[in-house]
Design a protein around this ligand. Structure first.
Ligand SMILES: *[C@@H]1O[C@H](CO)[C@@H](O)[C@H](O)[C@H]1NC(C)=O
Ligand SMILES: *[C@@H]1O[C@H](CO)[C@@H](O)[C@H](O)[C@H]1NC(C)=O
Ligand SMILES: *[C@@H]1O[C@H](CO)[C@@H](O)[C@H](O)[C@H]1NC(C)=O
Ligand SMILES: *[C@@H]1O[C@H](CO)[C@@H](O)[C@H](O)[C@H]1NC(C)=O
Ligand SMILES: *[C@@H]1O[C@H](CO)[C@@H](O)[C@H](O)[C@H]1NC(C)=O
Ligand SMILES: *[C@@H]1O[C@H](CO)[C@@H](O)[C@H](O)[C@H]1NC(C)=O
Ligand SMILES: *[C@@H]1O[C@H](CO)[C@@H](O)[C@H](O)[C@H]1NC(C)=O
Ligand SMILES: [Cu+2]
Length: 565
């Protein structure tokens, strides 16, 4: 109770300070004349116009008055990122797709047109990590917030950049994200340390010469397939073909890299030989900077790092290494997923050595991940426990949370069911209802199996309360300012305790970000504040998109062969 009162007080204070409180959507869009904002400079990164790195972005958002509109075409292509040609799917023909750039507070409108008619694939785009505060219908997850968007049809997503930092968008149907349908999102705002140059997104992906859809049969029957290769920002070498990613730096300058793990089933350690990395953010949460020789990055996670080019006396060319951790990843090109950071104009083959590391699939140390904007967790109103198991039925692997494996229907998304007034959901929809506002949910996930899983929650940054190997002794992080993010690792034979507040009505998926596992049912959904969620639905847009999919499906008889997400 005391806690709720404090939160209320904080809102009022901020409203006085900035006159732009963000409590409910009506107030968020209540327009005040927008001022042009010049952002910050290399030596004032903590500032952002009238705001700064300490501004609580969960309650305050700059009113920029700017709407950024993008048009995406989802295409089928042949591509040879490592010299070996392959069929792929991509946004506007490139892997990664075009980057979305915005400023903190901008409105985004993105129109997506499906051109996957030959593959007969529906599509959707999910804006990973974007809070979608009161815009759940734009979350872009088939079977949950929409039907698949049919070939030759379009869909429009609208959301506001309430957070800032680095993230990505990707398809959220079947394995399409890992056929190449993804790209970066950069939302400019303050940063917790200074740097000279923003180098943009740096995607770490695994890659195979067969498509993910082709490998899925093996994944379902035999388990984890061995992948051929990995790419750094969409390129690498394989058997002396292809070309390496290279990045030019000038001595004495500092560079920001926005590192994203977009792999289907690879946990990376990332490092640049001889250079320290200063980590300034995880997912979309700015943190107190800390320095390390490498980062552990799980699927779906992001780290913002600053590299200072101060090793020119050691060499002119350095390896950038993306190293699959063999405890949980299988790759035939483990030692050669590399790019080059060069102080020259043209990169030459480096002779530098890697920092020492121990192979493992774990998160960065929790004690290093201290958010700048301090937030506290309250004691729980909802304690949920989910154990993770795997079974074979009809000879195919399925993942279960508390014995439930998600099997949702493309043509009957949760939001449609809610709009139609459904009060109960099928067991196979794996719904947990959270009917009341401003309550705290604690969710413990644990497993006896020796497989690690990156757990991703939509619509919220959760608080990381406990994480490690079984048995859990019951202790948790301090309630004051634990790490906050949208994806965290459930270690093999381990546990993960996360907490979040019911502050965002909608149908929100929580799932493992390993592509195979999500397809095999490792997911559940929270229906948060049902009656308010219902009011957010644009039934005409939802129904038109579903109608065009159903018409397409009747003509082409498309088979749904996965969990539906
Ligand atoms: C993507 O392609 C579409 C259609 O060809 C084009 O209109 C649009 O400008 C492109 N978008 C970007 C961000 O490159
Ligand atoms: C997309 O097309 C591929 C290749 O035709 C197919 O294997 C896959 O199942 C389709 N995926 C979806 C989500 O329809
Ligand atoms: C990676 O590719 C994206 C998209 O093409 C580009 O915006 C970005 O600058 C590249 N990253 C680096 C570090 O070069
Ligand atoms: C790679 O090169 C080796 C040695 O030249 C050759 O045996 C092998 O077949 C090649 N692999 C592929 C996939 O091209
Ligand atoms: C890695 O460890 C070995 C053995 O302890 C040591 O000789 C070597 O210098 C270390 N390498 C680096 C880059 O720290
Ligand atoms: C999961 O199962 C456990 C053990 O049966 C039970 O205590 C718990 O409430 C279940 N969790 C949910 C979210 O249903
Ligand atoms: C998960 O944790 C709970 C609470 O500590 C414990 O009772 C349960 O046995 C654990 N389950 C697994 C699969 O480790
Ligand atoms: Cu998993």
């Amino acid at each position: 109770m005391t806690f709720h009162f404090l939160i209320f007080l904080a809102h009022v204070l901020e409203a006085v300070a900035f006159s732009i409180p963000l409590l409910e959507p009506q107030e968020a869009s209540a327009s005040k004349k927008a001022k042009p904002c010049s952002g910050n400079t290399a030596s004032t990164r903590q500032r952002w116009c009238d705001f700064n790195i300490n501004t609580d972005y969960t309650t305050v958002v700059p009113n920029t008055g700017v709407t950024r509109e993008y048009w995406f075409s989802i295409d089928q292509i042949t591509i040879a990122p490592d010299g070996v040609p392959r069929f792929a799917m991509a946004v506007n023909g490139t892997i990664p797709g075009p980057t979305i750039f915005a400023n903190w507070g901008d409105e985004l409108v993105i129109h997506v047109t499906n051109h996957l008619q030959a593959a007969k694939n529906g599509t959707s785009i999910h804006w990973h990590g974007i809070r979608q505060h009161y815009t759940n219908p734009s979350d872009g997850v088939v079977s949950i917030t929409q039907c698949p968007t049919a070939p030759r049809s379009s869909i429009t997503y609208r959301w506001r950049a309430h957070q800032y930092g680095s993230t990505w968008y990707h398809s959220h149907i079947g394995l399409q994200a890992w056929e190449g349908v993804f790209g970066g999102i950069i939302i400019n705002g303050p940063a917790s340390a200074n740097y000279n140059v923003d180098k943009g997104s740096l995607f770490l992906t695994d890659w195979s010469h067969q498509t993910a859809d082709e490998l899925y049969t093996y994944a379902q029957t035999q388990g984890q397939p061995t992948l051929d290769n990995g790419l750094i920002n969409g390129t690498n070498v394989y058997n002396s073909t292809g070309s390496r990613f290279s990045m030019k730096v000038n001595k004495g300058e500092s560079y920001r890299l926005r590192i994203i793990n977009a792999a289907i089933d690879t946990h990376w350690k990332f490092m640049i030989d001889n250079h320290q990395l200063t980590v300034i953010g995880m997912d979309l949460v700015p943190i107190n900077p800390y320095t390390t020789t490498f980062i552990d990055i799980g699927m779906g996670q992001r780290y913002d790092v600053i590299v200072i080019a101060n090793q020119q006396k050691v060499a002119k060319d350095f390896w950038m290494r993306s190293i699959p951790q063999i405890e949980c990843s299988k790759n035939v090109n483990v030692d050669n997923i590399k790019g080059i950071m060069t102080y020259n104009n043209k990169a030459r083959t480096p002779t530098t050595s890697a920092f020492n590391f121990t192979d493992s699939c774990i998160d960065e140390d929790m004690s290093n991940l201290v958010p700048i904007v301090t937030k506290s967790v309250s004691s729980t109103e909802w304690s949920l426990m989910e154990d993770v198991t795997e079974t074979k039925s009809n000879n195919l692997f399925r993942w279960h949370l508390n014995t439930t494996t998600l099997q949702a229907n493309w043509e009957d998304p949760t939001l449609q069911q809610i709009y139609n007034g459904a009060t109960t959901f099928a067991q196979s929809d794996a719904v947990i209802q959270l009917p009341r506002a401003k309550e705290w949910v604690y969710l413990l996930i644990n497993t006896t199996l020796s497989v690690a899983h990156p757990i991703h929650l939509h619509g919220h940054d959760f608080f990381l309360m406990a994480q490690g190997k079984n048995p859990w002794d019951g202790s948790t992080n301090c309630m004051l300012n634990p790490p906050r993010r949208d994806t965290a690792i459930l270690e093999s034979t381990g546990y993960l305790l996360i907490a979040f507040e019911t502050d965002n009505p909608g149908a929100w998926l929580m799932h493992c970000h390993i592509g195979w596992h999500a397809n095999e049912g490792f997911a559940l959904q929270f229906v948060e504040r049902y009656s308010e969620a219902k009011k957010l639905i644009d039934s005409q847009a939802l129904e038109e998109n579903c109608a065009s999919w159903k018409t397409y499906d009747r003509s082409y008889n498309v088979k749904q062969e996965d969990s539906g997400i």
